[in-house]
Write a new protein. Structure first.
Lengths: 110, 137
């Protein structure tokens, strides 16, 4: 909760989750494996939730919420990797929020 | 001899068990009273954002702090013998008037509702004064 109270606000809900990932520029090497350098991949996670609140403090009326994560990841040569992620919530359970994450990773010796 | 004794004790122990199960079918559940229609005037009271619930299970219907016994005959639901629950079980007392349950659409201590509609998501009850529209919660 964001009102400073520590209690369960919504333990009666139904949620549908859909997630998938893949490559946008996959290339195979001679052994049939995806080449790991200069590779652009993505991941999408989505959740739709319908919440009734709790028996003691129900939501009136029933509240809906949609949450999503969209992630893009680019793998360079020599173990460098850049990842950007956009996350958002829309609805009355978690409110309307959005956030962005950028990470740069080097695997191996600099 | 000892085995026979254990057998007799076992049978006696099982015979002392009495398992009751009650199912009211689709009537069982947590129902939100979302609308009260006054039949004589055609007035409609919208309670969609008001916490006004009936809980139905076994032989009991809980309305606010009041527990009714209920019986169902075909399309009739009877609520009777209401006890009001105050703080702890030792202080429960028979309800003398309908003040605590009037906002829940109950105007008699021995109420008979006709079940106009009952499904997995909605219920409509009607007595001589009111029609109560519920949504399952």
């Amino acid at each position: 909760m964001t009102n400073g109270q520590i209690r369960v606000q919504n333990n009666r809900f139904i949620a549908w989750h859909l997630g998938f990932d893949g490559y946008l520029n996959a290339r195979m090497n001679e052994r049939g494996e995806v080449q790991s350098d200069n590779l652009l991949s993505y991941r999408v996670l989505t959740t739709f939730q319908k919440g009734w609140g709790t028996y003691k403090v129900p939501y009136l009326p029933v509240q809906n919420d949609f949450s999503m994560l969209l992630e893009l990841n680019y793998t360079f040569k020599h173990g460098w990797n850049v990842k950007g992620a956009l996350g958002l919530d829309a609805g009355k359970i978690y409110g309307n929020n959005k956030g962005f994450q950028l990470s740069v990773v080097k695997v191996g010796i600099l | 001899m000892r085995k026979l004794l254990y057998l007799i004790l076992g049978v006696m122990a099982l015979a002392s068990c009495d398992l009751h199960t009650y199912s009211n079918g689709q009537l069982d559940g947590y129902w939100h009273l979302k609308e009260i229609d006054t039949l004589s005037t055609g007035g409609i009271k919208n309670l969609s954002t008001v916490s006004s619930f009936w809980s139905i299970e076994g032989k009991l219907t809980k309305v606010g702090s009041v527990f009714f016994l209920h019986e169902r005959y075909s399309d009739t639901l009877r609520l009777y013998a209401p006890y009001i629950h105050i703080h702890n079980w030792h202080q429960d007392s028979l309800l003398k008037n309908t003040d605590p349950v009037r906002t829940f659409g109950i105007n008699s201590l021995n109420e008979h509702f006709k079940i106009l509609h009952l499904s997995g998501s909605n219920m409509i009850l009607r007595d001589s004064l009111l029609q109560l529209n519920f949504e399952r919660y």
